[in-house]
Design a protein around this ligand. Structure first.
Ligand SMILES: [Zn+2]
Length: 560
């Protein structure tokens, strides 16, 4: 049931770019794949018989395949094998390949934007209307396409640059875009085209097809929470006793709340305690307080990036221990630090308290204002805001983030869905509920499209500029719009723990005869959900296989 990915390591630059542009997302999707390096191996008849999909994703790789190999490949496609031609270098294809795959005549051109074509299964989860590339990208485009092909992507002149077709019992997806599109300098991943990528893969592949991607979890994150002690809230009733949490709970949402602990008043504690014990919210110490928004009273590190002494940290953590135990709750295992400013010296204190998950908007040990804090080598894409990985600074800590935006150059909190929707900081001259709903839905859908998780993120200050009724209208409308989108509501800690277990386990093999047999190894402390895609008369059906917690090497059988 595996996917074969064809590379050629004798061409080191395209090879390195392909491993960065294709293998990283295949790992992230959690599919069973095998690399075939044409430098020392060939495509064999036997491999193709058991494969469900073949991907050509390295620029220029097709020219290393012989006519004979293309003929064999095409024969297997007509028998049901899926084929993804993503190398974007059709000029290098042997003439016989162009002929037997019936690739229409193309023009060599360039484009600075890409448009997903609506109404196609491949673009169904795409949230972007237009993808603007950082620089002009070479591509092949088609002026006319025969009826056996259909178009799912267009270039800046609305010419087809992405085609798909059925060939016998198999399916082919062909893009005219250079494979360079998956490099950060052009577009990269988690930037609007990943939905099309993984849906191409699912659509083309022979079924059943498996993916151990993140399930469509949805959660909420609220930073800068002061409750009744809010120094800025205009609508005191909304923040008093953190009433906005109750609204979220009514729609099944479980927020992670980053608390300004010194602002919390007696009347907030009852809500905190009740929400915690009923599984309605998780709470993390964000900072002591910060009325001027300068991280004046931080817990974990100074705003300058300077570390606290161990004595000071000892005092901070003892104070938090006492505070949380007086509220009869424990902090969430996922640390929600103000500005993401988390000193390296604070890590041992957090470890002692089993708070080893992070949702950091910047690199640990760096000040938010330091440009270096926004560079972090985290899987899968070396992005701070879309990351599921143990951090290089300390492998006991796992970063789980899924936030669109974080445009640090713009110096605005665009990752907050209420940004620009209230009169807070004069971001708008009025409260714009429709804009808030639109941005909230988009934020969640982008996380899901990229196969991380949906995270609705805001700051309490902006909620504090809404009446409770307005807040309820926003949340109700967002949840209404999410109804047609498959999703599972979970807390942040649940998602972090799931992502960690998924990371610690590998799908070693899968076979489909009458039963479906999965071989896994590693350690999973949670029940994992493996995506299973099957072909039915009504179309592609997606469901989940449940893998109970396990340790070591295990085999699971499923009746399909
Ligand atoms: Zn904050």
């Amino acid at each position: 049931m595996k996917t074969l990915v064809i590379f050629n390591s004798t061409e080191p630059i395209p090879y390195r770019r392909a491993t960065r542009g294709i293998l990283n997302i295949l790992e992230h999707l959690g599919i069973l794949y095998q690399q075939i390096d044409l430098a020392w191996s060939r495509i064999s008849e036997e491999e193709l018989t058991t494969a469900h999909l073949v991907i050509l994703g390295q620029e220029g790789v097709a020219k290393n395949l012989s006519d004979e190999e293309f003929l064999t490949l095409t024969r297997h496609v007509s028998q049901g094998l899926g084929l993804l031609l993503l190398d974007g270098f059709l000029s290098g294809y042997p003439e016989v390949a162009i002929r037997i795959l019936e690739i229409p005549a193309f023009e060599d051109t360039r484009t600075t934007s890409v448009f997903p074509v609506r109404g196609d299964w491949l673009t169904e989860t795409s949230t972007a209307e237009e993808l603007t590339l950082k620089k002009s990208l070479s591509c092949h485009s088609w002026t006319s396409i025969p009826s056996n092909w259909s178009c799912f992507l267009q270039d800046e002149k609305n010419r087809p640059v992405g085609l798909k077709r059925v060939l016998g019992r198999g399916r082919i997806v062909l893009t005219g875009l250079s494979a360079g599109i998956w490099q950060e300098e052009y577009l990269g991943h988690a930037a609007g085209l990943d939905g099309v990528f993984w849906r191409s893969l699912i659509w083309a592949s022979r079924k059943p097809f498996l993916a151990r991607a993140m399930p469509p979890f949805v959660t909420v994150r609220i930073d800068d929470a002061s409750g009744s002690g809010s120094p800025v809230a205009r609508e005191k009733e909304t923040v008093r006793g953190l009433k906005y949490i109750n609204v979220l709970n009514r729609f099944g949402l479980v927020p992670n709340i980053g608390l300004f602990v010194d602002d919390i008043k007696q009347e907030d504690i009852e809500t905190i305690k009740a929400a915690y014990h009923q599984g309605g919210a998780e709470f993390s110490p964000h900072a002591f307080r910060d009325p001027k928004n300068t991280n004046e009273f931080p817990i974990y590190m100074k705003h300058t990036g300077e570390e606290f002494s161990l004595e000071i940290l000892q005092q901070h953590f003892e104070k938090l221990d006492n505070l949380f135990s007086s509220w009869s709750i424990k902090p969430s295992r996922t640390v929600n630090a103000h500005f993401g400013e988390l000193g390296l010296a604070s890590l041992p204190f957090l470890k002692q308290r089993q708070q080893c998950y992070l949702m950091n908007v910047c690199r640990v040990g760096k000040a938010f204002a330091d440009p270096a804090s926004h560079q972090w080598e985290l899987k899968p894409y070396h992005k701070v805001n879309y990351a599921l990985d143990f951090i290089p600074e300390d492998k006991d800590f796992f970063q789980a983030m899924s936030l669109p935006g974080l445009d640090f150059s713009a110096g605005k909190p665009d990752f907050d869905f209420l940004f620009g929707c209230t009169t807070f900081w004069q971001e708008n001259f009025r409260t714009d509920l429709q804009k808030a709903v639109r941005r909230g839905v988009l934020q969640i859908k982008q996380g899901l499209e990229n196969l991380f998780f949906g995270c609705l993120m805001t700051h309490e200050q902006r909620i504090g500029f809404l009446t409770l009724q307005e807040w309820e209208t926003i949340i109700k409308s967002i949840m209404q719009e999410l109804k047609p989108v498959p999703h599972i509501l979970k807390s942040y800690d649940t998602i972090s723990a799931y992502a960690e277990s998924r990371y610690r386990t590998t799908l070693v093999n899968a076979q489909h005869n009458h039963d479906l047999t999965l071989w896994l190894k590693g350690e999973s402390k949670v029940t994992q959900l493996v995506y299973l895609f099957q072909e039915e008369s009504s179309g592609i059906r997606q469901r989940f296989l449940e893998i109970p917690p396990f340790s070591g090497s295990v085999v699971f059988k499923f009746r399909l």
